[in-house]
Design a binder for this molecule. Structure first.
Ligand code: IMP
Length: 424
């Protein structure tokens, strides 16, 4: 069984926990897009792990982890994560493989991300994680990126890097008026990371093809979420990769005919970190309350996440784009204690009502949600083990989400631990 797991909102849906549960049933876990901008938090036996690049399956000692060609790799972040795992007695050697086609994030990518973000005025800045993600993907598309396989021949790398550094320096000095980067230092950095990185590098599409043919179960873990997808998200307030299902195919090199199930991870409410419109955002008092209760602070940057009501318009959009077979609803427990719950079912945009997500950001930014109100519940649900343990209003709320999104719910999370999960 090969499954793809997708975030159906703006990221931070709680994918880490679902991946962790599904990884137990998988032989191989694959990351296919994004980079160290992601942060998957997993709590196991009272210990908390935050993974940015390495697939969450690494916490199971026998699972193979693959980082696909669609992921942008920051070697410093990668080695730091390997070290963090080693400190927790988790060894990655011989079970972490990285595509030799994956592009590298260099310190100059991080620098350009910061300079660009800092130069943009309020309302225009994206609110990026400043991890160099956008500039690295921009280089990939402009065909000037450096891939892991380029590190095999230092003479080839020298030529390629010389052109890249010259080009970057023109922008750094002329546009941003900062010091140029040194070619020699950048080349020396490559020499330093080279052998450690090449130890992990393999032909991952071939490996995944052969593993799938041999009957292995593969889990493809998405990072970020549908509304942050560069094609299908709230452009330009998006990340620079395809966080939707197509990204799993191109970013890993697996053929679509090898995929059996596509699962969407959906928070029981909505959150967004970074800039950009958010129609169902809570008023400030409720936002503070949910931020605190839901521990809504970014795992990568520590920034508070903006919180709001469940938005069925964006989740329906995610259902369509990704062809979701099922949903996992996360953090339902955070909503306990609210007298009423609202669900955005449509938007009013410039006087017109629509049930569909509008592509133009100037339309989305003036969208006023049309809400449906449901009764909340007061009970603590963190100990619920099965559907019938849930208060009747919680069950009604979930049923309504299924109807509005036209997708069955197969998993409900009522707490951060592995065992606080209801399977349907
Ligand atoms: P970038 O990916 O760092 O370029 O940031 C672009 C946008 O995506 C910003 O709004 C970030 O806050 C958001 N973003 C990137 N990664 C994540 C994530 O893992 N979870 C939630 N938001 C993210």
């Amino acid at each position: 069984m090969n499954r793809i797991l997708i975030g159906a909102q703006w990221g931070d849906e709680g994918k880490g926990k679902v991946i962790d549960i599904l990884a137990a049933k998988s032989d191989i876990v694959v990351r296919y897009q994004g980079g160290p901008n992601a942060g998957h938090t997993i709590k196991v036996k009272g210990r908390k792990f935050v993974l940015h690049l390495i697939p969450s399956g690494v916490l199971y000692s026998k699972k193979i982890c693959v980082i696909g060609n669609g992921v942008v790799i920051d070697p410093d972040a990668l080695f730091e994560e390997v070290k963090m795992l080693a400190q927790g007695d988790i060894e990655v050697r011989n079970r972490l493989f990285i595509s030799d086609q994956a592009h590298l994030i260099f310190p100059y990518h991080r620098l350009m991300d910061q300079l660009r973000e800092n130069s943009l005025k309020k309302g225009k800045a994206i609110g990026t994680t400043k991890r160099g993600i956008g500039p690295c993907y921009a280089d990939k598309m402009a065909r000037v990126g450096i891939r892991i396989c380029d590190l095999r021949s230092m003479s080839y790398l020298r030529q390629r890097l010389a052109d890249v550094v010259k080009d970057r320096n023109a922008i750094l000095t002329k546009v941003y008026k900062v010091q140029p980067i040194s070619f020699e230092k950048t080349f020396a950095y490559c020499q330093k990371i080279r052998s450690r990185l090449l130890e992990f590098a393999i032909d991952t599409p071939k490996y995944l093809y052969e593993s799938s043919k041999a009957g292995k179960n593969i889990l493809f873990e998405g990072a970020q979420g549908t509304l942050l997808d560069v094609d299908h998200g709230t452009y330009p307030f998006v990340t620079s990769s395809n966080a939707t299902v197509g990204g799993a195919i191109t970013g890993s090199g697996i053929a679509p005919t090898f995929i059996d199930r596509i699962i969407g991870v959906v928070k029981a409410y909505t959150t967004r970190v970074g800039e950009g419109p958010f129609p169902s955002q809570f008023p400030s008092k409720l936002m503070e309350q949910i931020q605190k209760k839901g521990e809504e602070f970014g795992s990568t940057t520590g920034r508070p996440r903006r919180c709001g009501w469940f938005d069925a318009v964006i989740v329906r959009h995610a259902v369509r784009i990704n062809g979701l077979d099922a949903m996992a609803i996360m953090k339902l427990d955070v909503l306990s204690g609210l007298k009423n719950l609202k669900i955005a079912t449509a938007y009013r945009i410039n006087g017109k009502i629509t049930r569909d997500y509008p592509h133009a950001i100037n339309e989305f930014s003036v969208a006023k949600p049309i809400y449906e109100t449901m009764k909340g519940w007061n009970e603590d649900i963190t100990g619920c083990k099965k559907w019938n343990d849930l208060p009747v209003n919680a069950r009604k709320y979930l049923k309504r989400l299924e109807t509005l999104t036209e997708t069955p719910i197969k998993m409900v999370s009522v707490g951060s631990q592995r065992h606080q999960t209801i399977f349907l």
